[in-house]
Ligand binder design. Structure first.
Ligand code: ZN
Length: 319
């Protein structure tokens, strides 16, 4: 055993095609706040869009690389096949009406019997690129979400991430890493679905692993690129990195992502995992009230702003 113990999901990053369609869906339909417009630091001709609660707190964040013209990916094993958000149990019906009213195909709500003692109600639909979104009725989620969208009353607002679902052809290997090296606690099973909890579990601190006999999925448009877990600070992150390396994993150096620092490695089934720090957060380069309105660049890309700007489409953001 190690002392690695992430205290929840930090963010999920997925691949989209059209950035404007992405902004419209996540801000207007799901009611998240666009908390940062920046670029992919590893490929600055592409946007990196971050959505979350009012401040973009860790555990509420979904981010996208919108690659225009990217082909559609294919669900299958070795991928994160669902990203779940949490809403209050009494809001799930409201969300079903909203999604149906917008003409978006959906499934459920249906009950998963196993992962929690009383069962769990889940509504499933897809974003414009086909990314699978679950909305889970989660009692006791004390996060407040974002109340800045007129058509989503604060009481029904999405509270943040609930969980991710990893689909694996050899789930035992993934389970061994989550519950061994990464210090997660087994937290229930429902058929082929096994749940793992961080820091006591609860919405925003859950990973589900499902057995998936399908061929390996294709990571492209409408699929998840990676998932990130929370480290409290850089010192802890550095210690955890040393433990991962000592366990024989290939782990990146600590990378400065401006709003957090990150390390990356793969789990045995092939899903890219990240550990990201809670600090410094999204208010480091613009005031909280103005998050997401303007293109922000890290200091090392600022000298190329004109060139970068010219390669990107202009986004219409209403918030
Ligand atoms: Zn990330």
């Amino acid at each position: 055993m190690t002392d690695i113990a992430p205290h929840g999901l930090h963010h999920v990053t997925a691949i989209a095609s059209d950035p404007q369609a992405n902004v419209d869906f996540y801000t207007r339909v799901l009611g998240l706040r666009l908390v940062k417009q920046t670029v992919n630091f590893d490929a600055p001709d592409t946007f990196h869009l971050y959505y979350g609660d009012g401040a973009g707190r860790p555990s509420t964040i979904l981010t996208f690389f919108p690659w225009r013209g990217v082909p559609a990916g294919r669900q299958g094993s070795g991928l994160t096949t669902a990203t779940a958000f949490s809403v209050p149990p009494e809001s799930l019906g409201w969300w079903q009406n909203r999604i149906a009213g917008l003409g978006i195909e959906h499934e459920g709500p249906r009950t998963r019997s196993g992962p929690t003692q009383d069962g769990e109600e889940v509504l499933t639909f897809r974003d414009p690129d086909g990314l699978v979104i679950d909305i889970v009725a989660a009692p006791g989620d004390t996060r407040s979400g974002w109340d800045g969208v007129a058509s989503v009353p604060a009481e029904h607002a999405v509270r943040g991430l609930h969980s991710v679902t990893l689909s694996e052809s050899v789930p035992e290997d993934t389970v061994a890493m989550l519950s061994g090296l990464l210090g997660m606690q087994p937290a229930g099973e429902d058929g082929d679905r096994a749940r793992f909890a961080m820091a006591g579990g609860g919405a925003g601190a859950v990973v589900d692993v499902v057995a998936d006999g399908r061929p390996r999925g294709l990571q492209a448009g409408g699929t998840v690129h990676h998932i990130a877990f929370r480290a409290p600070d850089r010192e802890t992150q550095s210690r955890w990195r040393a433990e991962l390396v000592a366990a024989g994993l290939h782990v990146t150096e600590i990378i400065d992502r401006q709003y957090f620092t990150s390390i990356y490695f793969h789990e045995p089934g092939g899903v890219l995992l990240e550990i990201a720090t809670d600090q410094p957060g999204f208010a480091i380069d613009e005031p909280l009230l103005e998050l997401g309105r303007e293109l922000k660049l890290p200091p090392w890309l600022e000298p190329s702003r004109e060139q970068i700007r010219a390669a990107l489409p202009v986004l219409q953001v209403e918030q």
